[in-house]
Design a binder for this molecule. Structure first.
Ligand code: IPM
Ligand code: MN
Length: 356
């Protein structure tokens, strides 16, 4: 059987990091005798420049008929510094998530033995931290309407909107994941202030009796932000709304040691998307210095989640661990020692897989 993978490299460092994930996937494919067909498509600022749309219809069509989407990064400073731009690259990512119905973004946070010293947090705090953040991805303030400006331009507004149905499906997923792990679920909200958060809590409390084996706790987001870096080991599965999840997972990346290490899987109604949690890192674009590990580990999640290929995923993780141990790392984690280039890390990983 030939699996179809849509490759959306996007902007900034996107193409460089995705290339390394491709090398690694190719090595896996050869080793295990699989057959994958890759098709590239435009997204983000690159797509705006070429066809005027950050998520063109052709790209969506390709995603819909693919078995998985491997995604790089999106974003360009020429839009960041221009608040009046009519189309923005990020709209492409949001449109893709919405149109593919990707309501759940799974962001596993764990440590790597050889990177523990890289975390700004004390070793005893991070050593052994291992949790899954489940971020709601197609609702909340990112998508709520109305959004805009008053006629005189002096007032701006965003709306945070959630339906009970949207909350229920993601909270359920949280319970199910907790059941497969250490059976502890933390539901993060701001129910002391926000109406949407109160609906989250109410909805979660209704579901709770169906999962008596799961220990549930409710935590305000401000407290969660503090707990994450004071005692991350208390978390097993965390489920939260779109923007809280965005912010908390950038914070959580300091537990792993670098933003360049955190992968994610976005799952839902149609084709799943596998993407690093970091952005397009424009300062590094084209320099062959960015850390490809988050994208490579996203490819590992792709093998596991989209194709049920657990051994393949495990071998990719093993290769990343070995590269870290061997010091074959990019400058963000090189710690004053020799820094390898993006492509050297990719080559090393692919070689490891081929020769093991
Ligand atoms: C992420 C990113 C995106 C988000 C941006 C690029 C729109 O920060 O995937 O975490 O906010 O969801
Ligand atoms: Mn983010």
């Amino acid at each position: 059987m030939t699996y179809k993978i849509a490759v959306l490299a996007g902007d900034g460092i996107g193409p460089e990091i995705v290339e390394q994930a491709r090398k690694v996937s190719d090595a896996i494919t050869k080793k295990f005798g699989h057959d994958f067909e890759y098709t590239e498509a435009l997204v983000g600022a690159t797509a705006i420049d070429q066809v005027g749309d950050p998520y063109p219809a052709d790209t969506h069509e390709l995603c819909m008929k693919s078995d998985a989407v491997l995604f790089g990064a999106i974003g360009d400073p020429k839009f960041d510094n221009n608040p009046s731009a009519k189309v923005r690259p990020e709209q492409g990512l949001l449109a893709m998530r919405k149109k593919l119905g990707l309501y759940a973004n799974l962001r596993p946070v764990n440590t790597f033995k050889s990177l523990i010293h890289k975390s700004p947090l004390k070793t005893e705090l991070v050593d052994g931290a291992d949790f899954m953040c489940i971020r709601e991805l197609t609702g909340g303030i990112y998508f709520g309407r109305p959004q805009g400006r008053s006629e005189d331009g002096q007032t701006a507004y965003d709306s945070c909107v959630y339906t009970a149905e949207e909350i229920e499906r993601i909270v359920r997923l949280g319970f199910e994941y907790a059941g497969k792990r250490r059976k502890k679920l933390t539901i993060v909200d701001k129910a002391n202030v926000l109406a949407t958060s109160r609906l989250w809590r109410e909805t979660a409390q209704k579901i709770e009796p169906e999962f008596p084996e799961i220990e549930v706790e409710y935590m305000f987001v401000d407290n969660a932000a503090m707990q994450l870096i004071t005692w991350p080991k208390r978390f097993d599965v965390m489920v939260t709304e779109n923007m809280f999840g965005d912010i908390l997972t950038d914070e959580a990346s300091v537990i792993s040691g670098s933003m360049g290490m955190l992968p994610s899987a976005s799952i839902g109604v149609h084709t799943s998307v596998f993407e690093p949690i970091h952005g397009s890192y424009p300062q590094a674009a084209g320099k062959n210095i960015a850390n490809p590990c988050a994208t490579v580990l996203s490819a590992a999640m792709m093998f596991e989640y989209a194709f049920g290929m657990m051994k393949e995923g495990a071998l990719i993780r093993e290769a990343v661990d070995k590269a870290l141990e061997a010091g074959v790392v990019t400058e963000d984690i090189a710690d004053g020692k020799k820094a390898y280039s993006t492509s050297e890390v990719g080559d090393w990983l692919a070689n490891y897989i081929t020769n093991i």
